[in-house]
Structures are given as structure tokens and as C-alpha cells.
Ligand binder design. Structure first.
Ligand code: ARG
Length: 229
């Protein structure tokens, strides 16, 4: 749980799954990305201290880690869902996203309907996994790391990857021009910062900080560092 340091600054234990570029990733041995810069700016704004190091773990482990008190806060491009809201508190939405379908450039798949009877690679426990698992006609291969899902598409073990569109686009733009996004977005989803239910004051501070960063232009600046217009 969050404690006070000698300087009375509240210390928060932060967790992230750093396989979600450009929101969370490792660069030169450091945890970085849009979400990381955002939570650091919120912490600075609200006089919170982020415990060093940021704890990195699989996406599936983040909510349990909050529930057991291993971490207080998770930034993970985590979609606000009612099921997850039973387990953790969410900040106000800070990024609007959605799922898209990634296929090889020569694929005949043009949209959701074409996924019937196909094998689709997803990241375990994510909204793509949850959505497609409801569809009986789709064969799903689940991976802990999205890079393994992308590799499965590349090596022909799957005909599509369904994942958060900004991360699919980031994959294309980082040297994988042999794949493309097809069809319209399958969902509209809002990302929230996940906070322990044990500390409603902390949730309040994070929401206040977010509001201030949006009002003073800092959110926009961080956004521009990672996304084009
Ligand atoms: N937005 C999706 C979800 O909430 C995927 C998030 C994956 N995040 C990560 N850091 N790997 O299920």
C-alpha cells in the first residue's frame, strides 16, 4: 500500500507490462512510453513519488498485483471494462482506442466476417482475447507477449492478429511493411490508469493530475512525443 516518505511525499508502487509500444516499452534498459511519461507527469503534478524500480510483469499479472498490494497503480494501456472495475478502480479515460485486424499484405481477409474458420493470434487476457473468445467460429492462439503473436502471423501459424490499433500501427511502422490493418475498428475502448481500491485518495489525486495536465497543455505535449497529430 502507498506510504509516506520522510518528506511526506506519498510513494506509489507502479507496475507495467512493457510489451505495448508506444505506450509501454523498454528502451536502453529503461521503462519508457506514453503511459510512463504521463504517470510521471501526473506524479510530479500531485507531489507523488514513484517507487524505483517500476515493476514490470505480464499484463495478466497486473490486476492481481494491485489486489495483493504488490503495486498500487498500473499503467498498461488497460481498457476500462466493467469486469475489471470489480477488481480495481480506474482513472478517467486518458486515451481512446480500439481493436483492429492485422494481416499480411496479400491476405484476402477484409474484416471481422472473414475471420470465421481462420486462426487468429492474440495476447492472453486482453480485450482482443476476450472479444474473439466469444466467437465460436474463430480459432484463437493466445500468447503472453504480443511479439510472439506477430511472429505467428509472420510464420503462417495464424492468418491475423487482433490487437489494439495503435500498437498494430506501431508494429507496421517499425519495419514490418509486409503487413497491414484491414477493415474498420472492431471496438471503441478507453484506457484508464488502474488504481488499488484501497486508496480512493490516490485515485482522486491521479484524476486531478490528469485534469491539470489536459488543461495546461502537458498532456498534448506528451501525446505529440509518441503519436503523430
Ligand atoms: N487494451 C487492451 C486491454 O486492456 C490491451 C492492453 C495490453 N497492455 C499491455 N501493457 N500489454 O486488454
Amino acid at each position: 500500500s502507498a506510504g509516506k516518505s520522510a518528506s511526506q511525499q506519498e510513494v506509489i508502487k507502479l507496475g507495467a507490462d512493457v510489451t505495448f509500444p508506444p505506450f509501454e516499452m523498454m528502451k536502453d534498459g529503461k521503462v519508457t512510453g506514453f503511459d510512463i511519461d504521463l504517470i510521471k507527469a501526473i506524479a510530479a503534478q500531485e507531489n507523488l513519488k514513484i517507487a524505483d524500480p517500476i515493476q514490470t510483469m505480464d499484463f495478466q499479472g497486473l490486476i492481481p498485483a494491485i489486489q495483493t498490494g504488490t503495486i498500487d497503480v498500473a499503467v498498461a494501456g488497460m481498457t476500462i471494462t466493467s469486469a475489471r472495475e470489480q477488481q480495481v478502480n480506474f482513472s478517467k479515460p486518458y486515451y481512446h482506442s480500439g481493436l483492429s485486424i492485422l494481416v499480411k499484405n496479400d491476405s484476402t481477409i477484409k474484416g471481422l466476417a472473414d475471420l470465421k474458420g481462420k486462426t487468429v493470434a492474440v495476447k492472453l487476457g486482453t480485450t482482443a482475447d476476450i472479444m474473439l473468445s466469444k466467437d465460436q467460429g474463430i480459432k484463437i492462439k493466445r500468447f503472453n507477449n504480443i511479439d510472439d503473436a506477430y511472429n505467428e502471423l509472420q510464420n503462417g501459424g495464424a492468418q491475423a492478429v487482433v490487437f489494439d490499433n495503435p500498437v498494430n500501427l506501431n508494429y507496421i511502422n517499425t519495419g514490418h511493411s509486409n503487413v497491414k490493418v484491414v477493415g474498420s475498428l472492431l471496438t471503441g475502448e478507453d484506457y484508464g490508469i488502474a488504481v488499488t481500491k484501497q486508496n480512493s485518495q490516490l485515485l482522486q489525486k491521479i484524476n486531478d493530475g490528469l485534469d491539470k495536465l489536459i488543461a495546461n497543455g502537458q498532456y498534448e505535449k506528451i501525446y505529440r512525443d509518441y503519436f503523430k497529430s
